[in-house]
Design a protein around this ligand. Sequence first.
Ligand SMILES: N[C@@H](CCC(=O)N[C@@H](CS)C(=O)NCC(=O)O)C(=O)O
Length: 198
Amino acid sequence: MKLYDLELSGNCYKVRLFAALVGIELELEPVDIPGGAHKRPPLIDLNPWGELPVLVDGDVVLRDSQAILVYLARRYGGNQWWPDGAAQQGEVMQWLSTAANEIHNGPNTARLVEKFGYPLNKARALEVSAQLLPLIEQHLSRHDWLALGRPTIAECAVFPYLAVGWEGGVTLNDYPAIQAWIERTKALPGFVGMPGVR
Ligand SMILES: N[C@@H](CCC(=O)N[C@@H](CS)C(=O)NCC(=O)O)C(=O)O
C-alpha cells in the first residue's frame, strides 16, 4: 500500500500515525510539494485536488486524511478504531469534522503561515484556535479519549496539528487536560511522532 507523503505534513502524519498504531506497512512515496510535484502528473491524476496525502491500496485511490483513516480503520483495524454502530460512528465523525474544519482553519493554518510562509490570515487562525482549544479542554477534562472512551481514529485526526501547533504560535500551556491527552496518545503502543512533536 502506497502513501504519497510529505514528512512535515500533519495530514500525512495522521495516516502514518494510524498505520503505525495498527501495524499496517506503508510504502512512503515522498512528494516534492515546494517543487509543485503534487500539481503535476502522476499526482494530479491520482488527486485532482492537488493535495496530499493520497493513498493507493490496490485499485483503491483515496484523497483526504479523514477519508483515508476511515478506510484503513474499516478495512484493517477491526472495530476498535472505527466502530460499527450508527451513534458510535457519529461520535467519532464529530472529531474528524473538527479536524477538517476548526483544526485546519486554526492551528494548522497558523503553522502554515508561520513555518512555511503561506499567505493566509494568521490573526484569524489564532482566533479560531482560541475558540476551539477551550472546547477540547472542557471535553478532555471529563474524558480520557475523544470518543467512545477509548482510542479511535479521532485521536489520529486531532492529535497532529494540536501537537505541532506551537510551531504556529498555538501552544497548549493553558490547557492541562489537552496536554495530558497528548501524553496518553504518545504512550499508545506503536506510536510514532513527526518533526515538531515534542
Ligand atoms: N482535507 C485534506 C487537506 C489536505 C491538505 O491540505 N494537504 C496539504 C499538505 S498538509 C497540501 O497538499 N497542500 C497543497 C499545497 O500547499 O499546495 C486532508 O485532510 O487530507
